[in-house]
Design a protein around this ligand. Structure first.
Ligand SMILES: N[C@@H](CCC(=O)N[C@@H](CS)C(=O)NCC(=O)O)C(=O)O
Length: 264
C-alpha cells in the first residue's frame, strides 16, 4: 500500500532516491521482503529498526508507517507499507518476464490473493507461536491465549497448502510465485518451534526444497557453528518447559480429525 503524500509526515524520506528498506533482522515480515529482494537481485539500502528498543513507535518512524510496524519500503521518495503489498510492488517494479513471481496463468491470480491474505491473517498467531515457543524471554505476548486455537488455525492452513502441493511443486504450479515467498518464513518459524511438519508430507518436502534456494537460505541461516550450537541448546531448554510438539498432541486429542489427519 502506497501512502499518500499527506500520510507521510516524516518528510525527509520523500527525498530518498533508490530502494530503502526499514526493517528488523528477526521480523518475519521483513524476512519476507528480503527474500523477494534477494530473488530479484535488487540492491537496497538497509535501515535497521530495533523492535527491542521500540524504535517502530518513534514519532520519526510512525511518520512513515502509521501502524508502527516493520517493514516499510521507500522507493524514490514513495513510501510503501504492508509486506505482502511491498513484495507485489517490488515484483512489478523490478522483475523481468523471466524473473516475475506472478503466475503465468491469469486464472491463478485469485488464488494468489487468497494465499497472501491467508498468510496475513495468521500473523497474530505467528506472533503467539514465536513468543510462546521460540523467544519467550524477549517478549511475553499478552495476546497469546492458552487454548491452543492458533495450532488449529495453522493446521487448517497447512492442510490447505498441503493439498495444493500434492499436485504442484510450488503453491501455484511449477514456478515460484509471491505466496511461496510469503509463506516460507511462517513454515520456518513453525518448524523451529517444533510443529510436526511431517503431518503434511507435501508441505514438508516443499519447505525443504525452498530452504535450498539461496535467497531463502540466507534468511534462515543460523550463523557460525558456535551460534548454531547456542541456538540448539537454548531451544532444547525451552522445549523442556513448553513444546509445540506436546501442545500439538494435546490439541489433537481435543480436535476433530481432519480427512488428511486420518489418512496419516
Ligand atoms: N501486516 C503487516 C504486519 C507487520 C508487523 O506486525 N510487523 C511486526 C514484525 S513481523 C512488527 O513490526 N511488530 C512490532 C510491533 O507490533 O510493535 C505487514 O505485513 O507488514
Amino acid at each position: 500500500m502506497k501512502l499518500t503524500p499527506d500520510q507521510v509526515t516524516t518528510k525527509e524520506v520523500t527525498e530518498w532516491q533508490g530502494v530503502h528498506l526499514l526493517h528488523y533482522h528477526m521480523s518475519s515480515c521483513s524476512q519476507k521482503v528480503r527474500i523477494l529482494l534477494g530473488e530479484l537481485g535488487v540492491d537496497f539500502e538497509s535501515h535497521h529498526v530495533d523492535l527491542r528498543q521500540n524504535q517502530q513507535k518513534s514519532d520519526w518512524y510512525v511518520g512513515i508507517n502509521p501502524n508502527g510496524v516493520v517493514p516499510t519500503l521507500v522507493h524514490n521518495g514513495d513510501v510503501h507499507i504492508e509486506s505482502n503489498d511491498i513484495i507485489a510492488y517490488l515484483n512489478q517494479q523490478f522483475a523481468t518476464p523471466d524473473t516475475s513471481l506472478l503466475p503465468s496463468n491469469a486464472e491463478d491470480e485469485e488464488a494468489l490473493q487468497e494465499l497472501l491474505d491467508l498468510e496475513d491473517q495468521l500473523h497474530a498467531d505467528l506472533r503467539a507461536v514465536t513468543f510462546t515457543y521460540i523467544a519467550p524471554a524477549i517478549h511475553e505476548d499478552p495476546e497469546a491465549d492458552d487454548n491452543l486455537g492458533y495450532i488449529g488455525r495453522f493446521h487448517d492452513a497447512f492442510t490447505r497448502l498441503n493439498q495444493r502441493l500434492a499436485e504442484r511443486t510450488y503453491l501455484l504450479g511449477d514456478k515460484l510465485t509471491l505466496p511461496d515467498v510469503a509463506w516460507f518464513i511462517t513454515l520456518h518459524r513453525l518448524a523451529l518451534a517444533g510443529y510436526p511438519l511431517e503431518e503434511h508430507a507435501h508441505l514438508e518436502r516443499y519447505y525443504r526444497h525452498l530452504s535450498q534456494r539461496p535467497a531463502f537460505k540466507a534468511q534462515i541461516a543460523a550463523g557460525p557453528l558456535p551460534l548454531r550450537l547456542a541456538g540448539f541448546v537454548y531451544r532444547t531448554c525451552l522445549r523442556l518447559k513448553r513444546s509445540l510438539a506436546r501442545d500439538f498432541a494435546r490439541w489433537r486429542q481435543g480436535a476433530e480429525p481432519s480427512p488428511e489427519a486420518s489418512r496419516g
